[in-house]
Design a protein around this ligand. Sequence first.
Ligand SMILES: Nc1ncnc2c1ncn2[C@@H]1O[C@H](COP(=O)(O)OP(=O)(O)OP(=O)(O)O)[C@@H](O)[C@H]1O
Ligand SMILES: [Mg+2]
Length: 250
Amino acid sequence: MVISIASQKGGVGKTSSTISLAAGLARKGKRVLLIDIDSQANSSKVLLQNYPQISKQQTVFATILERSPLPSHETSVPNLSIVPSHILLSNTDVELTTAIDHREERLKKELDAVKANYDYVFIDCPPTLSWLTINAFTASDKVIVVVSPGYFELDSIVQISRTIKEVKEYFNARLELAGFLFTMSDPTVNSKTSLQILRQTYTGSVFNTVIPRNTDLRDAHFNKRDIFSFNAKSTAALAYNKLIGELFQV
Ligand SMILES: Nc1ncnc2c1ncn2[C@@H]1O[C@H](COP(=O)(O)OP(=O)(O)OP(=O)(O)O)[C@@H](O)[C@H]1O
Ligand SMILES: [Mg+2]
């Protein structure tokens, strides 16, 4: 199963959720591949100790720009591999806009060749609705949309829902919205109201599990660790574990 983790807004917890779901399932013995297609390369920097030494040919850049096979690397988490990203991926939208091949299928084509080797593939998307995100959605079975507390969130959800619908219509008929994941929840009125509005607006599509605001997550990633190896008893680790149970029944 291939799952994109996306949002149209930045800093909502996409990368943290991708790393936690991928590492959590890998620690339960599942074979997992994480594909980082955000040019910020945040999940690559957390999961690969030697990230600065990796050339752009060893990243997803090679697949998106040169249509080469996906270059995967082992991580320090058993059963978890990663296709890292590269800063130069930030220029690709211009190139893809003028490409005349099936530019939306470059990732899908190479992922289809290797995905049978994995139980789960997660794609950490950039915070924009670009050709890179369209490549991710075209290669995916499902999209998890990450939402954090805030008044402008609902507008961005409308836009990303439209993109999912368009990709489904034009490029990938089997694409489904897995649901909305509410992250960085805290006891403030703003957070409670945001979640309430989300549940009222998208009844049945918001996951029961909510991820609390928890600084252990930031500290874990700062120390290049996943939350389960950093602090398995933290509220974030417990919540992501619960989410894995809710979504994948493992
Ligand atoms: N549940 C949480 N509690 C506290 N801090 C969090 C939580 N989730 C993420 N963060 C922190 O918030 C910041 C943004 O998170 P993250 O990088 O996961 O978001 P993102 O959506 O991938 O961002 P971008 O759009 O820039 O890729 C990071 O510093 C991260 O450590
Ligand atoms: Mg990110």
